[in-house]
Design a protein around this ligand. Structure first.
Ligand SMILES: [Zn+2]
Length: 347
């Protein structure tokens, strides 16, 4: 395609975005030119590729030219440039890269119409600078965790590689399907650590929001607040029934007894919770064949530590604020040791 021809097509794509939204971005133009589909942009925003250019139907040089053409067009129209970072939906919330080359700024710019009201400009800037939701993908295809080599129902990107919830220290979260907006909103508010679950829809070729992963206690609290709603009450009963069915009662009793033996200072109620959590089938925490292994001292201690981490430290808050996992673990180490000592002592 000749450059004047490309300039005309860039202008057409930009004009459409500007008319509908009163601002235009590089992404509007490349999706308008059909070099990238919105699903590619979603994949990139989930932090699953190093650069947006990797997914584009054209090479990086063409993208650089396009950003320059957009800039020329926008300046001629008197649009106002606002440099806007794009953040990944990963825990580190790192800034996303458009290309491997230097100079990401031309791609980041939002070109605002002078007609845009001050209030809308403010809202727009606020929305853009807000940290994106942490995203967990419910994969359609078989996949392997980069850390443990196992698989699981959800994958979360960490250090550019897919991790299972267990390795990401997020397997204490429970899934809340979309469908009840008030409940979802409240559960997310209540939850220190939360992720949005998405799944790719092959037919529609888009990522669809399936629900949220939230803390059990946050979901319970949100349900409390929604309890006037009979439908929610029924759903909760249903969920409890399903969960009870999933639990291996005998295994849990044995594990609770082991916890009491090794950690006599651990309250009974707490020991039961830890055993219940570890005993939930389908969660990938303990398979039946692994039950014996789960009852050895090392495994019991790990389960107790996981519980202390989530209930007695601000570990989840540290993860949510983007602190790298190993650093977060280091910061809470003394607190864990103290709590373990307490649990090891006499009740
Ligand atoms: Zn793993």
């Amino acid at each position: 395609m000749s450059k004047p021809n490309l300039a005309r097509r860039v202008a057409e794509a930009a004009e459409i975005a500007l008319t509908t939204r009163k601002y235009v971005t590089f992404i509007d133009v490349v999706t308008g030119l059909r070099w990238l589909h919105s699903r590619h942009v979603d994949t990139w925003r989930q932090g699953r590729v190093a650069t947006l250019a990797e997914l584009a139907a054209v090479d990086e040089d063409r993208l650089v030219t396009t950003a320059a053409l957009l800039r020329d067009w926008a300046r001629a129209k008197g649009l106002r440039p606002v440099d806007t970072p794009y953040l990944a939906g990963t825990r580190d919330q790192r800034e996303l890269r458009f290309t491997a080359g230097e100079g990401q700024e031309p791609f980041r710019v939002h070109w605002l119409s002078p007609d845009l009201s001050e209030a809308r400009v403010r809202r727009l800037t606020e929305a853009q600078s807000k940290a994106p939701d942490l995203v967990a993908v419910s994969p359609l295809d078989a996949w392997t965790c980069a850390s443990c080599g196992d698989t699981g129902p959800y994958l979360i990107m960490e250090d550019d590689r897919p991790h299972c919830l267990t390795c990401a220290d997020m397997d204490h979260l429970v899934f809340l399907p979309s469908g009840n907006a008030a409940l979802s909103r409240r559960a997310k508010q209540e939850s220190g650590l939360a992720a949005v679950v998405v799944r790719f829809n092959r037919r529609r070729k888009v990522y669809q929001r399936m629900g949220l992963l939230v803390e059990d206690a946050a979901l319970a609290a949100a349900e409390e607040r929604c309890l006037a709603d009979e439908e929610v009450r029924e759903r909760r009963r249903e969920r409890d029934r399903v969960r009870r069915g999933e639990q291996d009662v005998e295994f849990q009793a044995r594990m609770a007894a082991e916890i009491a033996r090794l950690f006599p200072g651990c309250p009974e109620e707490r020991a039961r919770e830890i055993a219940e959590h570890a005993g939930q089938r389908g969660s990938g925490r303990v398979g039946r064949s692994a039950a014996a292994k789960a009852l050895d001292e090392n495994a019991i201690t790990l389960a107790v530590i996981a519980s202390i981490r989530h209930l007695d430290t601000d570990y989840d808050g540290l993860l949510m604020s983007g602190v790298p996992r190993m650093e977060a673990r280091e910061r809470i180490r003394n607190r864990i040791e103290a709590k373990l000592d307490e649990f090891r002592g006499p009740r």
